[in-house]
Ligand binder design. Structure first.
Ligand SMILES: Nc1ncnc2c1ncn2[C@@H]1O[C@H](COP(=O)(O)OP(=O)(O)OP(=O)(O)O)[C@@H](O)[C@H]1O
Ligand SMILES: [Mg+2]
Length: 262
């Protein structure tokens, strides 16, 4: 499989805090790769750099062989990288469908504001956008909730709506920041199946997640960060046995998840 994303010697400082410390890794096209690590390990910072929200203090990000680390977020989105947020960022008063339609704007010609104002020329494109958005709601299992205000959805469904919105840009690489956070066991399993379905559609998925049964159940590869550094990387079974990983996760339910998977 070819490499779709490469992080090369990434470093990010916030004042005296070193959030990422000489981090290098690769993501292969078509895989589900998870990034795990304790709170503050630098996982979200990494997503913020890949999606163009932050610039690295030094180092590079290459997507499909081209440097992207200095590009603004909307350009990176157009190149095929999309993400969800650890803290949900839906437009609360818009319907679920409208939220997903808004997600599509990097791919439409008319742009966000003109589509909101609804000039006559944009109607056709708006119909196409609505159709694409409905298909995505179908995919994530929210078709029946299309016309509800996003804020009235239960939390687990809001997470699914965010995934649908991220998919609306037609990304090649999808970044999911804690997609199972706040979900119950059944919802977490559903989210896992959805992530696999998205991978089976040919997309590459990078998942930041604390739920070890989800991570170990769906990932081809796991990257473990601690204090901004890579402490282990490999298939789930290998990473689970890694002494550094066990040390970092001492006292958490990592062992339980590991034995549930094997
Ligand atoms: N905008 C910022 N300004 C200052 N410090 C920041 C900023 N963003 C992150 N940090 C710091 O960088 C470090 C890494 O934070 P980050 O949010 O990337 O961790 P994380 O692995 O996503 O943690 P969690 O699992 O709790 O979400 C932390 O020490 C955090 O306080
Ligand atoms: Mg985080």
């Amino acid at each position: 499989m070819s490499t779709i994303l490469q992080a090369i010697s990434l470093r990010k400082n916030f004042g005296g805090v070193v959030a990422l410390d000489d981090l290098s890794f690769e993501v292969r096209a078509g895989e589900i790769k998870s990034i795990i690590g304790p709170n503050g390990a630098g996982k979200t910072t990494l997503f913020n750099i890949i999606s163009g929200i932050y610039r690295p203090s030094s180092g590079r990000v290459r997507f499909e062989g081209k440097d992207v680390a200095l590009l603004p977020p909307h350009v990176i989105a157009r190149k095929g990288i999309s993400r969800t947020f650890q803290n949900l960022q839906l437009f609360a008063n818009m319907t679920v469908l409208e939220n997903v339609m808004v997600g599509r704007h990097p791919r439409t010609r008319v742009g966000f504001w003109r589509s909101i104002v609804r000039f006559p020329g944009v109607r056709r494109e708006e119909r196409l956008t609505a159709r694409a958005a409905k298909e995505l709601l179908d995919l994530v299992g929210l078709a029946d909730n299309a016309h509800r205000a996003a804020a009235t959805l239960p939390f687990g469904k809001q997470r699914l709506a965010e995934i649908a919105r991220a998919l609306a840009t037609e990304p090649k690489l999808l970044l999911l920041d804690e997609p199972a956070s706040g979900l119950n066991v059944r919802e977490t399993e559903q989210a896992g199946r959805l992530i696999q379905k998205i991978r089976d559609m040919g997309k590459t998925v990078l998942v930041v997640e604390h739920d070890m049964s989800l991570v170990m159940g769906i990932s081809e590869e796991v990257l473990v960060l601690d204090h901004g550094r890579r402490i282990a990387e490999g298939p789930p079974r290998e990473v689970q046995k890694h002494p550094e990983v066990l040390r970092v996760y001492l006292g958490e339910d990592f062992h339980n998840a590991a034995s549930a998977e094997s």
